[in-house]
Design a binder for this molecule. Structure first.
Ligand code: KIV
Ligand code: NA
Length: 278
C-alpha cells in the first residue's frame, strides 16, 4: 500500500470520500494505526496530555515532537504522517520556524507539519509551503491558545465568530495549506466552511459534514487518558481496562508463585544438577 498524497486527499474531498485520521505517538501506535488502514496519522502535540501527562500542550518541545515522530514513522512507514509544530516554535523569525520544520521532517520523518492559527500565521504557512513542505492548518479550538481562549469551549457560535473563522480558513487555504483541522466548531459552521474551501477539512468535535475526522488515539481506545470521555469522543475499545486486568493478573500470579510455571522454565541436565546439589 502506498501512502496517500495531498493531491489524493483533495480528490477524496471532491468525490465525497471521508479522510480518516488518528493521532499516534510511537512505534506500536503507528504500526497498529497503519495496519488498521488509517489514511493519515497525526503526531499531535496532544502527546503532552496523553503520553507525558501534562495538563496542556504548552510544555511540549520540538525535541519531544522529533522523538515521537521518529518512533511513529518507524511503525507506519507506508502512511502519510503529519507532525505538529509545538507551542511558540513558529511565531518568531522564519529562519527559526524553518529549522523546526526541517527537524520534524529530516530527523522525525514527517511528510507534513500542522500549525494552529488563522490569518495571523498565513505568511508563515506560505513560506513553509513555498519551501516544499505540505502544511495542515488548525482552526476553531486551538489548544496552544487555551489561555487566550479562556478554556475548552465550542468555537464560532455567533455570526461574527463564524465570519472570522471562515476568513481565517480562507487565508490558510490561500497560503497553500492542503488541509485544515477544525476543532470544536459547531456542525453548521463546519459544514459551511467545508463547502467554501477546496481543500479538505478534518473535524474533531465538529460534526459529520467535515471532509474527514480525527480523534486522539488514547481517547478512542480509552487507553489511560484520565480526562472523562467528552461528548465528541466515541470510545471504540477499552484498552486501559484490558491492560489493567492483565497487569493485575500478573501481579497475582507472581505473589502466589503461579508464574513462572514449568512451561516458562529452563532446566539443567540431571547429572549437572546432581553435581551442584551433591
Ligand atoms: O494534537 C492533537 O492531537 C491535535 C488533534 C486534536 C487535531 O492537534
Ligand atoms: Na495538536
Amino acid at each position: 500500500r502506498k501512502p496517500l498524497t495531498t493531491t489524493k486527499m483533495r480528490k477524496m474531498k471532491q468525490d465525497g470520500v471521508p479522510i480518516t485520521m488518528i493521532t499516534a505517538y510511537d512505534y506500536p501506535s503507528g504500526r497498529l494505526a497503519e495496519e488498521a488502514g488509517i489514511d493519515v496519522i497525526l503526531v499531535g502535540d496532544s502527546l503532552g496530555n496523553v503520553v507525558i501527562g501534562f495538563d496542556s500542550t504548552l510544555p511540549v518541545t520540538l525535541d519531544d515532537m522529533v522523538y515521537h515522530t521518529r518512533a511513529t514513522v518507524r511503525g507506519a512507514s507506508r502512511t502519510f504522517v503529519v507532525a505538529d509544530m509545538p507551542f511558540l516554535t513558529y511565531h518568531g523569525s522564519l529562519d527559526v520556524t524553518l529549522k523546526g520544520v526541517a527537524r520534524l521532517m529530516q530527523e522525525g520523518g514527517a511528510k507534513a507539519v500542522k500549525l494552529e492559527g488563522g490569518a495571523e500565521i498565513a505568511a508563515t504557512v506560505k513560506a513553509i509551503t513555498q519551501a516544499g513542505v505540505p502544511v495542515v492548518g488548525h482552526l476553531g479550538l486551538t489548544p496552544q491558545s487555551v489561555h487566550q481562549l479562556g478554556g475548552f469551549r465550542v468555537q464560532g457560535r455567533s455570526s461574527e465568530q463564524a465570519e472570522k473563522l471562515l476568513s481565517d480558513a480562507k487565508a490558510i487555504e490561500e497560503a497553500g495549506a492542503f488541509a485544515i483541522v477544525l476543532e470544536l466548531v459547531t456542525d453548521e459552521l463546519a459544514q459551511w466552511i467545508s463547502k467554501q474551501l477546496t481543500i479538505p477539512t478534518i473535524g474533531i468535535g465538529s460534526g459529520v459534514h467535515c471532509d474527514g475526522q480525527v480523534l486522539v488515539y488514547h481517547d478512542l481506545l480509552q487507553y489511560g487518558s484520565d480526562s472523562a470521555p467528552r461528548k465528541f469522543v466515541k470510545a471504540y475499545a477499552n484498552i486501559g481496562e484490558t491492560i489493567r486486568k492483565g497487569i493485575a493478573e500478573y501481579v497475582k500470579e507472581v505473589k502466589t508463585r503461579a508464574f513462572p510455571s514449568p512451561e516458562n522454565t529452563f532446566h539443567m541436565d540431571n547429572d549437572v544438577v546432581q553435581y551442584l546439589y551433591g
